[in-house]
Design a protein around this ligand. Structure first.
Ligand code: 0O2
Length: 215
């Protein structure tokens, strides 16, 4: 039996306890993903995951996001409204790998998928593409298990390259980048989409050749 991830005011008075929960959730997710990757390599002789990074949102960034969204800046709001205090980014080679990895993670019994935002099927107007899942994973504490939220972003190397430059530009200009830079980013997003499509087709062609050689 797990408890809800929202701790009451009394339970949550300790910021360190809360951050410990998120940190532990990240460790568990990272281990899961590492095992999935190793199992895939050993059984299927194929690695869908290029690399994985994880981070805990900084206190400054937590407060900024709560204020931006018009919420109280307290511990209960933080748990209720912020989905990405614990965040993991999985970078794959091909778009098809993203869905494979998402399915593998969702199939774990202890993982509950709360929300999916598929910015690959529905890219943002600026060109942003990525597959986001908000999940909970139980963290076992002395008082019982606590389901803790983790945001998982899954994207290709090309999408990740684009998103990191866009993020840098967004913050440099505080969201008000000059039009020519936005246009250029939008053009780059189109090139990145075309590149992802061609790399996927190329890989599928290679796999077909491999298959026919094995016959
Ligand atoms: P930072 O600085 O990366 O932490 P919701 O979770 O639904 O309440 P939210 O958080 O806006 O609302 O969800 P969404 O859209 O899934 O975005 C979560 C995170 O995805 C963002 O966190 C970014 O890391 C990334 N992201 C979303 N949109 C963009 C985008 O247009 N460009 C880039 N580069 N990254 C994006 P933060 O807290 O907004 O930012």
């Amino acid at each position: 039996m797990t408890r809800d991830f929202i701790l009451s005011g009394d339970e949550a008075k300790d910021w360190e306890t809360l951050m410990f929960l998120y940190e532990s959730a990240l460790k568990k997710m990272n281990t899961k993903i590492e095992i999935l990757k190793e199992e895939f390599i050993s059984v299927h002789k194929y690695n869908p995951i290029e690399h994985v990074t994880s981070r805990l949102k900084t206190p400054k960034s937590i407060v900024r996001k709560l204020k931006r969204e018009g919420h109280e800046t307290d511990i209960v709001s933080m748990q209720q409204y912020l989905n990405d205090i614990a965040g993991i980014r999985i970078v794959c080679s091909f778009t098809s790998d993203i869905y494979k990895v998402a399915d593998m993670i969702s199939s774990h019994d202890d993982i509950k998928v709360l929300l999916i935002k598929n910015y690959i099927a529905n890219p943002k107007s600026n060109g942003y593409k990525s597959y986001h899942m908000i999940v909970t994973i139980p963290v076992f504490m002395s008082g019982g298990a606590v389901d803790t939220k983790v945001e998982i972003q899954i994207r290709t190397i090309a999408m990740d390259f684009w998103a990191s430059l866009e993020h840098k530009i967004y913050y440099k200009f505080e969201g008000k980048a000059p039009e020519y830079l936005k246009d250029e980013l939008s053009e780059c997003a189109k090139m990145i989409n075309a590149l992802d499509d061609r790399m996927l087709s190329l890989n599928e062609a290679v796999q077909e050749l491999d298959g026919s050689e094995d016959e």
